[in-house]
Design a binder for this molecule. Structure first.
Ligand SMILES: CC(C)(COP(=O)(O)OP(=O)(O)OC[C@H]1O[C@@H](n2cnc3c(N)ncnc32)[C@H](O)[C@@H]1OP(=O)(O)O)[C@@H](O)C(=O)NCCC(=O)NCCS
Length: 378
């Protein structure tokens, strides 16, 4: 009899070469490279190449790959119509999930590859998600479709489409690096979802669409939205200390703190914190940074008293970074999807190499066999 593990906690469901998390040391690796090295030296396109091919590209390989990805940014006319016609108050994640499936029909994979599309070559799924998210926001604001630019990085082009003007290079870089930080994180719920769907030999579009649905849930994406709600309700640095004490006395969770895997400060949160600091300096507005640091200090003091290894996770600073970049809160989770799609695709490809359809068991706790009572006797 197999052991029952609620939520599959602790169950090893596959072998994977993609991502390693060292929770005790607070380290994260993609294909063996530390996240800090990747952020320091690479672009999002370069990291996407790494996730899809397992190796960093040469200059030439990157140039071919980037060109392909940038050529795939623009949306086909019917997809633009679909975004325009989607119910206005639908959540952008609902739109994204539908659009990803729809995009599938615009790629020639059916003709050449059947359900096994050549997704490593088309790169539509990765490139177009940013355009869909930006276009959603433009239409919400009553603006026109703005075609993407090919001369900008993935992150900078996203800000360009959102704002209608080219961001300054540092802001473009911060956006691009934020995508790297969120690109991959092992067997989380959405990645597992992508792999389960891929294991049935479904298309990568259907697998990604399912993963988007999984990320939409409030227990997965969305923590940085909650952090900003917390920051807004605290209001000022001076109020932060009391706010944290009161929250902890009432046994409330402080958003952006703690992680299932990390028992040290999440390595991604260091990077986000530095970007928030730099952006605050540039804008001469330290409000969010000061509130968050006061929350962190007070929270850590309380945790140290109890010897609890609970530290900031990536979401603690990322919401404030996006806010300072002028991004509406509703787009935080779609941006997560924009980044994580590279990781999802990497896992879909890995799943296909040595596939076995996922089929765990359930422990049946229902009725024993029952006599069916005919309708007239019920
Ligand atoms: C992410 C999270 C679910 C991880 O959970 P976990 O490792 O299973 O930890 P648990 O929820 O079992 O908590 C262990 C203890 O630490 C406390 N704790 C964990 N995170 C906390 C937080 N953010 N604020 C206050 N207390 C926290 C719990 O209350 C619990 O205390 P207890 O032992 O007195 O009952 C949890 O830390 C959390 O809810 N964080 C806030 C939401 C968030 O930022 N999510 C984004 C994750 S990337």
């Amino acid at each position: 009899m197999a052991e029952f593990a609620k939520g599959l906690e602790g169950v090893v469901a596959a072998e994977s070469k993609i991502c390693r998390i060292d929770g005790e040391a607070g380290q994260l690796y993609y294909m063996g490279y530390t996240i800090t090295d990747l952020v320091e030296h690479c672009t999002f396109e370069e990291v996407t190449y790494l996730l899809l091919y397992g190796e960093l590209p040469t200059r030439e390989q990157l140039s071919v790959f980037s060109a392909k990805m940038r050529n795939a940014r623009d949306l086909p006319e019917p997809v633009i119509h679909m975004i325009r016609d989607f119910p206005k108050d639908a959540h952008p994640m609902e739109l994204l999930q539908s659009v990803v499936s729809y995009l599938s029909s615009y790629v020639e994979h059916r003709i050449h590859h059947g359900p096994h599309c050549n997704c490593r070559d088309t790169l539509h799924q990765i490139a177009e998600i940013a355009t869909v998210v930006a276009t959603y926001q433009r239409f919400q604001e009553g603006k026109e479709y703005l075609p993407p630019r090919k001369d900008l990085s993935h992150g900078a082009n996203f800000l360009y489409m959102l704002r209608g003007e080219e961001p300054d290079p540092f802001e473009g870089e911060v956006m691009d690096k934020a995508l790297i930080l969120h690109a991959e994180h092992s067997f989380n719920a959405s990645t597992f979802t992508a792999r389960v769907v891929a294991s049935t030999m479904s298309t990568c579009y259907c697998s990604i669409s399912a993963a988007v649905g999984s990320l939409y849930g409030s227990l997965h994406g969305g923590a940085n939205e909650k952090v900003m709600e917390m920051v807004d309700s605290i209001g000022s640095k001076d109020a932060a200390r009391d706010w944290v004490h009161t929250a902890l006395d009432k046994k409330q969770k402080v958003m952006g703190m703690g992680h299932r895997v990390y028992r040290a400060k999440d390595p991604r949160s260091f990077v986000m914190e530095e970007y928030l600091k730099d952006l605050s300096e540039k804008k001469s507005d330290w409000k969010y940074y000061e509130i968050l640091k006061e929350v962190e200090t007070t929270f850590r003091e309380r945790m140290e008293e109890k010897g609890k290894p609970i530290y900031p996770n990536v979401d603690f600073f990322s919401g404030a970074v996006y806010r300072v970049l002028g991004i509406p809160t509703k787009l935080f989770t779609p941006i997560f999807a924009m980044a994580r799609v590279s990781g999802w695709l990497s896992h879909i490809l890995e799943q296909r190499v040595d596939n076995r359809i996922y089929r765990p068991k359930a422990q049946y706790v229902g009725h024993e066999q029952r006599r069916l009572v005919p309708m007239e006797e019920r």
